[in-house]
Design a protein around this ligand. Structure first.
Ligand SMILES: [Zn+2]
Length: 158
């Protein structure tokens, strides 16, 4: 199911490209043996608005650690993707956050997710004052926004 447009706390919108939607759709954990998947979100802030467009969701890399209830992304392959789009877009496309899948219909972040999101906020290099975290569930995709002041908001759909 394609994710709809999400509304940020400040009224801005978060929209996903067809590429991102198709990557999410590919990794929905429909079967019991499907493992969690994930990657990074690359995109742009729309000038003079609070809107955000996710242009690309990267796919899991071969060395990522994937289990039914756990996904751990190796930093290096994703960093290459971040560097590539940044260079190809003359610096307009940036790292905006992370996505991963869950084997539940309507996903909620685990305690481990919440702590790793906060760790990402501290450790990742990014230019905006927030990060977006997507969890792809079996029947719904959800988005959370973590601001650099530490506040975490579940985004509603428009
Ligand atoms: Zn998770």
């Amino acid at each position: 199911m394609p994710p709809p447009v999400f509304v940020r706390g400040n009224g801005g919108l978060v929209a996903f490209s067809d590429q991102a939607i198709s990557v999410f759709g590919q990794y929905v954990q429909r079967r019991a043996r499907d493992r969690e998947a994930g990657g990074v979100l690359l995109g742009r802030r729309v000038i003079q608005s609070n809107d955000v467009v996710i242009d690309e969701a990267t796919e899991p890399a071969p060395d990522d650690s994937r289990a039914r209830f756990r996904f751990f992304r190796r930093a290096e392959p994703a960093q290459k993707a971040v560097d590539r789009v940044w260079a190809n877009s003359d610096g307009t496309v940036n790292y905006l956050g992370e996505w991963h899948s869950h084997p539940e219909d309507v996903p909620t972040p685990s305690g481990l997710d919440l702590s790793s999101w906060r760790e990402t906020l501290v450790q990742a290099r990014f230019e905006q004052d927030f990060l977006l975290f997507v969890i792809v569930g079996r029947t719904a995709t959800k988005v959370w926004e973590l601001s650099s002041d530490g506040s975490l908001v579940a985004l509603s759909t428009r």
